[in-house]
Design a protein around this ligand. Sequence first.
Ligand SMILES: *[C@@H]1O[C@H](CO)[C@@H](O)[C@H](O)[C@H]1NC(C)=O
Ligand SMILES: *[C@@H]1O[C@H](CO)[C@@H](O)[C@H](O)[C@H]1NC(C)=O
Ligand SMILES: *[C@@H]1O[C@H](CO)[C@@H](O)[C@H](O)[C@H]1NC(C)=O
Ligand SMILES: *[C@@H]1O[C@H](CO)[C@@H](O)[C@H](O)[C@H]1NC(C)=O
Ligand SMILES: *[C@@H]1O[C@H](CO)[C@@H](O)[C@H](O)[C@H]1NC(C)=O
Length: 307
Amino acid sequence: MAVQAVLLLILMSVSLGNTQTEMLKLECQTAVGVVGQTTKLCCSFKKNFKADQINITAGFVTKRGERDPLFWFKKGVANGDHRFKPPSLNDPSLLLTDTAVSDEGQYDYTVLTNRGITKEALRINVTAKYNPPSVSTWPEKIEEGSPAELNCIASGGYPAGTIQWFDSTNTNWTMNATLEITEREDQLLHLSSKLTFAKINSSWAPFKCVVLNSKFVKDGETTSHQSHTGDEDRSGDTGFIGGSVIAGLIVIGLIIVGLLLALLYRRRHVQQARRPSAQPILRDFPGITRQAGADADADIDADEIIR
Ligand SMILES: *[C@@H]1O[C@H](CO)[C@@H](O)[C@H](O)[C@H]1NC(C)=O
Ligand SMILES: *[C@@H]1O[C@H](CO)[C@@H](O)[C@H](O)[C@H]1NC(C)=O
Ligand SMILES: *[C@@H]1O[C@H](CO)[C@@H](O)[C@H](O)[C@H]1NC(C)=O
Ligand SMILES: *[C@@H]1O[C@H](CO)[C@@H](O)[C@H](O)[C@H]1NC(C)=O
Ligand SMILES: *[C@@H]1O[C@H](CO)[C@@H](O)[C@H](O)[C@H]1NC(C)=O
């Protein structure tokens, strides 16, 4: 309170000395700050008179709804919230270091110059990017045709965003999910989306969890790597063609093992008749990278060879 009274006295005494025709106006843009970074509060003078230079001598910033200024300065000496840096002699712009969510809001900025005092509203918006989302599944090993849950968590963002779900064919599953938004101690937000299935089908996998920020712009995405019970036995079914990377790698591994075994087999038993099931593999080599349908067939053959 004492601070404010002193400032008011200073400002009043100076403004009395001003002629009415000179108009000095402070203009500030809405600042959009990023949490943890330095935000520049861009302000400038508009005037209707000629002057070589407007010299700033003092000023203060008050948050709307609060009585006392949270930051003030006089002749380059700053007081109050130490994260604010005072303006230079003739540029009223301010810097706010280590921006926090709590800085978001409406302010009033008053500047005392050699040509009078001027006051302007100033808004600070704050944003923070969400951390890359992580997906977990329940149960850990999903059983075909059984109830299941996928959970996607993205934290540390601001303002509130949303989470959407898509399957391997890019079908939108967001309708079957519920989103929960909670506030962390540092006021950043925690998004948690639960996608619930009454009966899951492995042909939908993998699922993609997409995090959108408050402007509905993608902030990040993660693809689920759920494992299904009995994946090994059903390696040839359609779920497989939808194809998770891991399952694909297993097929390629099996094909390679199968090929090696087949080569060994051929070397040792050149004279003997080959098992017919080995034929497609040998014929396909080295076309291992051909698409899943062929791979799945080859995989069954490889299984037979291993046994
Ligand atoms: C503004 O400050 C500068 C540097 O201190 C000084 O040289 C100049 O005369 C001042 N101008 C006015 C109009 O007070
Ligand atoms: C700042 O936030 C307010 C309230 O959320 C919004 O209306 C305004 O458009 C934002 N301004 C900018 C420049 O982002
Ligand atoms: C899974 O989906 C596929 C293709 O949509 C379908 O043929 C199959 O019957 C489904 N499986 C179950 C257990 O519902
Ligand atoms: C997905 O579905 C949700 C909920 O119905 C909807 O809000 C969203 O816009 C959809 N996303 C896309 C990319 O279609
Ligand atoms: C997804 O939600 C719809 C509508 O609530 C429901 O009919 C459907 O059974 C759900 N799908 C699964 C796989 O649970």
